[in-house]
Design a binder for this molecule. Structure first.
Ligand SMILES: [Zn+2]
Length: 604
């Protein structure tokens, strides 16, 4: 838990006059100061004060954070130096590209370095003339021998009018955390943001918005947040926090994504998108909010403790991410933000997405989880190479829900599985054993064996027999062949990287026009390439003209034009069975409306 700065001050001054033990305790704190030295140049200067201790200390800057991708944040460290408390220089040298060793630090040391910080969005750290948003693990080195020690953080040289928001403490210039991991789980917004507060279901909520006020309606957003909080906390029958913060950025350029934390979430959405509809805001907020349980507290052992020096491999992302997407749909349905028709349409779309990727027959949900670290690579993102653990995991969440309901004769559901994991792992400070831990929970609530489900569909690549699962609720999938527009190529981007061509269909007009794998797409139909470019392509009809600007690997930029072709694709829709029995109807009502659910937490 974080200690508000005011309480810390009281303890510290009391310690000075009276208690030697308390002085020793406070003196062990590692103290950080982040100076916003040059916002326009994206430069910060960071000072770390190490307390007295061993003569030789090592400092490590994480190589990954927020995304399951090694991003080597040390590339942005311009220089590093060290001195003693009196200001005399100390020796400091690199041990690896992300680790430094200071000598002569027995009486304490001051380490200073400058970083260039300009990665936008909820997965990055950025300082510019407009604001700062910091994921602190991307900036702060930790003392290797004191990662679990308490520490303090101070920001200096703030431009006038800028304020600080963090889930760590009330807005102030100093923050205190019990250890490094807790500190870096609390991103910080600094700037001239708007703040809205509300109370709901016994908790206090802060909404920090960095956007042009003409681009959004705070009343509508807060009204939806109330609904999401009620739906999620009542579904979990739990609220493991007193206060929670929603950070939103609505830039007028490329945006998209949300990042979960234990006591907050950071979400970026394009301003034009949220002017049209709050649907993306509702869905990403439901997803990130549910993560405060699933992945932050209900956490796989393979992600604990975090190793910041290299990839952390886990088989559990199909559950930690994918089943979070399942519950994201359930929360929205229960909150009244989507209706049953939209819920089932979305289920059909997810099935279409999985079935359209040939790799669903070669890569399992567990392998997709392990391979998350390859997602930054263009080749890996091809449909023949990989599936998404979000997509398959979400579908496995729905199928597991139906399987649990059927085998427990309606006495248990996915909700009970999640509550069991909350009670038996999260609340007991334990971590679960990846897919085995999920299976243990599901089997505990239904008192039956689920090894075949996990062997075939989680660890294996067998086709999921959708109709076998859907039968319980009187539904089935209907396949239809539809003509879809085909531009002859696939493009994708790695979070805030450029939009790149990852595949070109052989013999297509795209190939004829000279498009090549690796080309960077800069414009589509005269508009800058962004996350909505693929939807833009999907809206074109066979025969329509397409115009894109691309930059080749060697830097030459050119405009290419060709006509959109048509291609047959199998689409899956979730439909009623021809004869739906009253029993199936009541199962469906329990599934979609939450009727006859126990909501209890069974004993382990
Ligand atoms: Zn997620």
């Amino acid at each position: 838990m974080s200690v508000p700065r005011i309480a810390f001050r009281r303890v510290a001054s009391f310690a000075v006059i009276a208690l030697l033990t308390a002085v020793t305790l406070r003196a062990a704190d590692v103290s950080y100061t982040v100076a916003l030295t040059s916002p326009a140049q994206h430069l910060v200067e960071i000072q770390i004060i190490l307390p007295p201790g061993p003569p030789t200390r090592e400092l490590q800057l994480p190589v990954w954070n927020a995304l399951y991708q090694v991003r080597d944040f040390a590339q942005f460290v311009d220089w590093v130096r060290a001195k003693d408390r009196a200001g005399n220089p100390l020796g400091i040298r690199e041990v690896t590209d992300s680790r430094w060793r200071v000598d002569g630090a027995a009486q304490g040391a001051i380490v200073e370095y400058q970083m260039h910080i300009d990665s936008f969005g909820p997965f990055g750290a950025q300082l510019n003339s407009h604001h700062a948003f910091f994921n602190l693990a991307q900036m702060l080195m930790y003392p290797v021998d004191a990662r679990n020690s308490p520490l303090t953080l101070h920001f200096s040289q703030l431009p006038s009018g800028w304020r600080i928001a963090s889930a760590l403490a009330s807005p102030n210039f100093d923050f205190h955390a019990e250890n490094y991991d807790r500190l870096v789980d609390s991103p910080v917004e600094i700037g001239d943001f708007k703040e809205f507060d509300f109370d709901e279901s016994g908790g206090h909520f802060r909404v920090i918005i960095d956007a042009d006020p003409s681009d959004y309606d705070p009343d509508k957003i807060v009204a939806n947040l109330h609904k999401i909080v009620v739906a999620a906390t009542s579904w979990m029958n739990d609220r493991p926090f007193g206060s929670y913060t929603f950070f939103y950025h609505f830039p007028r350029g490329p945006a998209g994504g949300g990042m979960e934390h234990s006591y907050c979430t950071a979400i970026d959405l394009n301003a034009d998108t949220i002017k049209t509809t709050l649907y993306p805001l509702n869905s990403v907020t439901s997803h990130e909010f549910f993560h405060l349980w699933n992945v932050k507290r209900i956490r796989p052992q393979t992600l604990e403790p975090v190793d910041y020096t290299k990839e952390n491999f886990t088989r559990a992302l199909w559950f930690s991410e994918g089943v979070t997407s399942t519950v994201e749909e359930i929360i929205q349905l229960r909150a009244g933000l989507i209706d049953e028709k939209q819920f089932l349409t979305s289920l059909g779309n997810e099935i279409t997405e999985l079935e359209s990727r040939p790799a669903h027959l070669t890569q399992s949900a567990e392998e997709s989880s392990l391979d998350a670290w390859l997602e930054g690579q263009n080749y890996y993102r091809r449909p023949e190479r990989s599936i998404s653990y979000y997509n398959k995991g979400e579908l496995l969440g729905f199928m597991l829900d139906l399987a649990v309901r059927e085998s427990s004769h309606g006495q248990a559901s996915l909700r009970d599985v999640m509550q069991w994991m909350n009670a038996n792992y999260a609340k007991k400070g334990r971590f679960f054993d990846d897919s085995n831990g999920v299976r243990e929970a599901a089997e505990a609530v239904i008192h039956a064996d689920l090894s075949s489900f996990f062997a075939k569909y989680v660890a294996g690549t067998e086709e999921v027999p959708w109709n076998d699962f859907l039968l319980y609720v009187g539904l089935r999938v209907e396949q239809s062949s539809i003509t879809v527009p085909d531009a002859g190529f696939i493009m994708s981007r790695n979070f805030n990287g450029p939009m790149s061509v990852v595949a070109v269909t052989s013999g297509s007009d795209a190939e004829g026009a000279g498009l090549q794998v690796g080309d960077v797409v800069t414009e589509v139909q005269g508009k800058p390439a962004a996350e909505d470019s693929e939807q833009q392509l999907a809206r074109l009809r066979p025969g329509d003209s397409l115009s894109i600007r691309v930059r080749a690997r060697r830097g030459t930029e050119r405009e290419l034009k060709w006509k959109i072709a048509g291609r047959q694709e199998v689409s899956f829709q979730v439909k009623d069975l021809d004869q739906v029995t009253p029993e199936q109807r009541s199962h469906r009502a329990a599934w979609l409306k939450g009727e006859a659910e126990t909501g209890r937490t069974p004993a382990p």
